[in-house]
Design a protein. Structure first.
Length: 241
């Protein structure tokens, strides 16, 4: 059993989110050049903590197999343990962490088999939906999603896995939303998040190749190229995109 860590995930504070008045909540990555917390316009402290923890999972700052306590993380964020514990409980529902009684939360370790199973399930859900959309959605509707595809390319160019993960989810979510099924979008997003934890170490070139598939997929959808869409989506998931 991995011992509970006495310090939160690696890296100095970068971004702040507003906790109690005058008391910012720190995020987990690099420092703001001016040394000041940067405000985030969100109403829920729990939501801000959850976002920061999700980012830490994607970047690997929350390390698989390690146990983190809510009070220790709360000190790091500048809040009580309660919103951290609530955020961690949400992550437990999403399968990213598991509760360790009287100690905290352990980040789940996933093997290659589980990640491959997640990719297979995503393909089983999304391939037929994308094929149907290619047959039914007018070409001009796809043009409206072009900025999202291009944003994934820009995010990939930064080499930042958290930035790319966010833009990747936004793109896939917008595509699936055209099916008009909210439950589908929610299930697909949950699977997408699960597939990103623990982080798969991919370099900038890998991210750019993944993002290029988004652009190609959008073009195939606009052209109504059913075979091309089917092939692109399957290949995309095989690459854990």
């Amino acid at each position: 059993m991995t011992p509970s860590t006495d310090k939160p995930p690696g890296g100095p504070v970068k971004q702040g989110v507003q906790g109690s008045p005058g008391r910012p909540v720190a995020a987990l990555d690099g420092p703001d050049p001016a040394g000041r917390p940067l405000p985030v316009q969100r109403s829920s402290v729990r939501g801000q903590i959850l976002d920061a923890l999700r980012t830490a999972l994607v970047t690997g700052d929350l390390r698989p197999g390690e146990v983190y306590s809510a009070p220790v993380l709360g000190e790091r964020f500048g809040v009580s343990a309660t919103p951290v514990r609530e955020a961690m409980q949400q992550l437990a529902l999403e399968g990213a962490v598991e509760v360790v009684p009287n100690r905290g939360f352990r980040v789940v370790e996933r093997g290659a088999r589980e990640l491959a199973e997640l990719a297979e399930v995503r393909a089983l859900i999304e391939v037929p939906v994308m094929v149907r959309l290619a047959r039914t959605v007018p070409a001009e509707r796809w043009a409206g999603l072009r900025p999202l595809a291009e944003e994934t390319v820009r995010a990939a160019a930064t080499g930042c896995p958290a930035a790319y993960a966010e833009s990747d989810r936004a793109f896939h979510g917008a595509l699936l939303a055209l099916a008009g099924n909210e439950q589908l979008v929610r299930i697909a997003e949950d699977l997408h998040r699960r597939a990103q934890w623990p982080p798969v170490r991919r370099g900038r070139a890998d991210l750019l190749a993944d993002a290029a598939e988004h652009v190609a997929l959008l073009e195939a959808l606009a052209a109504g190229d059913v075979d091309g869409v089917r092939s692109l989506v399957r290949r995309h998931f095989a690459g854990v995109g």
